[in-house]
Design a protein around this ligand. Structure first.
Ligand code: ATP
Ligand code: MG
Ligand code: MG
Length: 384
């Protein structure tokens, strides 16, 4: 059928729906929440939990290929859908990305090919494991092994004592303690692979985070050297092939002050740092995901304009004094900037730290894109 199945109803699903529809497909969304961004845009909505047997059965009956838009979809649901159709990425690939321990083991196993290691770390399952933690992991970051995103579930710890307190507070949750590294800047590499094994890699994206949430993505990266770019792009191609991954994968890297590269984590789907591809590349990350799951040829990844992507969080709807949601952002003023492409996700309610949309600034020069991004920040009351 020409109906594609999507597990998840967030903004990534919504942008996928738009691209799928442009390519002549319909999309059926499985999502428990009513009025979610993706369900609103989709051709059909099954309102059920991601692991609901009857919901999955309905999705399986309507579609022959399936994908997901969020990291924590139950792997068992993807395995179930794979009994009747083509699932991209596979449950096995998604499971690796769902668990920092497995993810780091995967990166480490591939290091002879990629020449890039994850940050020094220790696995903490029980209180006994604390005793074995090496002193040179401090200061460190304690991260839950599963379910964390946007910096949630992370605690910075300076000493063994702080680690013990933080670990106790999590009450039995399996964690990873990572050494805090001196980051010079952060980059991500978006890579896509078709069912035939053909893979494509996008330009390096440079990411700035604020309070653990992506703030801006700039492409081309103002800092990355040609050597580091090639190294991380090649690593991404090696990693995606190693696990026979089909679809779009995003891999985050740290570049340290001494110029060395460390691999942080990966997202088994289109990624926030790849939103710029909608406006600045021949083929967007969402169109690429459609092509991969529908076994079509992958598209050209060429970037045709320098760009900056600015995330729009719910905070700008709030008046800092009044704490109410009366304020409407001045989109008319933002849209008067010639390089601004506004994308709003149709979320019914603005909340602080909630991703409500993004703006891509595409211009003949990166300087112009950056300049207009700063003007937009001034208009919207975002500190730069
Ligand atoms: P995401 O929303 O990207 O999935 P996450 O919650 O999975 O985020 P990470 O990407 O692991 O978290 O970390 C969030 C940010 O914290 C990183 O982008 C980086 O800025 C900082 N960070 C994480 N680990 C380290 C480290 N070992 N050393 C220094 N900074 C780090
Ligand atoms: Mg993450
Ligand atoms: Mg991250």
């Amino acid at each position: 059928t020409s109906m594609l199945g999507m597990v998840g109803g967030g903004q990534l699903g919504r942008m996928f729906v738009h691209e799928a529809q442009a390519l002549g497909f319909k999309v059926m969304v499985l999502e428990p929440e009513a009025g979610s961004p993706a369900a609103h845009a989709a051709d059909g909505h099954i309102q059920a939990a991601y692991d609901d047997a009857s919901g999955l059965q309905q999705l399986a009956a309507a579609c022959t290929s399936f994908t997901t838009e969020f990291e924590n979809v139950p792997a068992a649901s993807l395995a179930k859908l794979a009994e009747t159709g083509f699932v991209a990425p596979s449950a096995a690939c998604v499971s690796i990305a769902q668990d920092r321990i497995e993810e780091k083991a995967f990166f480490t196993r591939c290091a002879p090919q990629t020449d890039i290691l994850p940050a020094p770390h220790a696995i903490l399952r029980t209180a006994d494991d604390l005793e074995k933690v090496s002193a040179d992991l401090f200061p460190g970051i304690l991260k839950t092994a599963r379910m964390g995103y946007d910096g949630k579930g992370q605690v910075r710890v300076k000493s063994m004592e702080e680690l013990r307190t933080a670990f106790d507070n999590l009450k039995g949750v399996v964690c990873v303690l990572e050494k805090m590294l001196p980051l010079a800047y952060e980059i991500s590499v978006l890579v896509a692979r078709g069912a035939d094994g053909q893979a494509v890699v996008y330009p390096i994206a440079e990411n700035v985070h604020r309070d653990g949430i992506l703030f801006t993505t700039t492409v081309p990266s103002p800092h990355v050297s040609e050597q580091a770019a090639l190294k991380t792009q090649n690593a991404a191609l090696k990693l995606i092939a190693d696990i026979d991954y089909v679809g779009v994968l995003c891999i985050e890297f740290f570049v340290l002050e001494d110029g060395s590269v460390v691999v942080n984590e990966m997202a088994p789907r289109p990624h926030n740092s790849g939103h710029y591809t909608i406006d600045a590349c021949v083929t967007s990350q969402f169109a690429q995901q459609v092509r991969a799951m529908a076994r079509l040829p992958l598209g050209d990844v060429r970037q045709h304009s320098p760009c900056v992507m600015l995330n729009i969080l719910g905070d700008i709807w709030f008046d800092d004094v009044e704490q109410n949601t009366e304020r409407q952002p001045a989109w008319d003023k933002v849209l008067a900037l010639p390089s601004a492409h506004l994308h709003l996700y149709g979320k019914s309610e603005a909340r602080r730290a909630r991703k409500m949309g993004h703006i891509t600034f595409i211009a003949p020069t990166l300087e112009q894109a950056q300049d207009e991004m700063r003007q937009a920040c001034a208009i919207l009351g975002i500190e730069v």
